[in-house]
Design a protein around this ligand. Structure first.
Ligand code: IPD
Length: 280
């Protein structure tokens, strides 16, 4: 299963790389919402991953970002959660900071094997529940950082929906003087992979989805960190709209005290599933 996942993630990344920085990328561009795009490459990569899984495991469900309105709130049996290109805006603009994200979940829909592949850097992050975290052939862990004052934190602004801007800005500006510094990678899968291997100490984002976070959350947990939603819950992955990941439970608790103030937005209709995409 591990070899199958690694090979599939690498081939998917290869397909994306063949189109990266191509002049054709704007053709057939679809908009799912404010700053939220899908390119023909997202669709082609998801299709390649889906057909490969269907061939190898006909009984498994594939849940992909490009399924749009058909995303389920619950599944029975094994499933694969796929984001063909996480960080589509970066991909579309020829920037680094995008990755293929694939997570295999068992009979109870619990994540058990995950890969995040960054084709530009040729970095493959792999985790197995109870089996550790790997970057290529190196076994790694989180930074182990416990102190907020020394933490490098990725905290993207929740750009997709404008209503929470004032409250999100208050949380961000409240944290800025208390942390070492801030980053914004532009791909949740990579933000989580970087927390997992100790490049970042923490990451949080409002308005995120299971396809963005499923694989990365398993990487963080396998690296000894903690990843939850803004209520501090690890369950409810399929309905994820927020993520808070930190190198240690102590740092996670400190951040949750601030970031948790935004949790009420998760029940807001603004964050309910949206209809399918339309031409931009
Ligand atoms: C997301 C966006 C967004 C970033 C998220 C990503 P997607 O990727 O690029 O800018 O803040 O962390 O997951 O869903 O647009 O491919």
């Amino acid at each position: 299963m591990q070899g199958f996942l690694i090979d599939m993630a690498r081939s998917a990344g290869q397909i994306a790389m063949e189109h990266f920085r191509s002049d054709r990328l704007g053709h057939g561009l679809l908009c799912k919402g404010r700053g939220d795009y899908t390119t023909y490459v997202d669709r082609a990569v998801e299709e390649a991953i889906t057909s490969r899984i269907r061939q190898a495991f006909p009984g498994h469900r594939v849940l992909g970002e490009e399924m749009h309105g058909h995303w389920p709130s619950q599944v029975d049996g094994p499933c694969w959660i796929v984001d063909p290109i996480d960080g589509t805006t970066n991909f579309l603009r020829g920037l680094p900071g995008w990755a293929v994200s694939i997570c295999y979940c068992d009979q109870q829909a619990q994540p058990c094997l995950a890969a995040v592949f960054d084709p530009l850097q040729q970095e493959l992050f792999l985790a197995e529940r109870g089996g550790g975290l790997w970057l290529g052939d190196r076994q790694l862990r989180t930074s182990g950082q416990q102190d907020l004052e020394r933490a490098l934190v990725s905290m993207p602004f929740p750009f997709r929906v404008t209503e929470p801007f004032a409250e999100a800005a208050a949380v961000i500006t409240g944290l800025l003087p208390r942390i070492e510094d801030q980053r914004r990678i532009g791909s949740a899968a990579l933000d989580l992979a970087y927390v997992a291997v100790g490049r970042l100490d923490a990451y949080w984002e409002l308005g995120i989805h299971a396809w963005d976070t499923a694989a990365g959350e398993l990487l963080v947990m396998a690296g000894g960190g903690l990843a939850t939603d803004f209520h501090g819950r690890t369950e409810g992955l399929l309905g994820r709209r927020s993520v808070l990941a930190a190198a240690t439970p102590a740092l996670h608790a400190t951040l949750l005290a601030e970031v948790g103030r935004l949790a009420h937005w998760l029940d807001h209709p603004l964050y309910a599933p949206r209809p399918g995409p339309a031409p931009c």
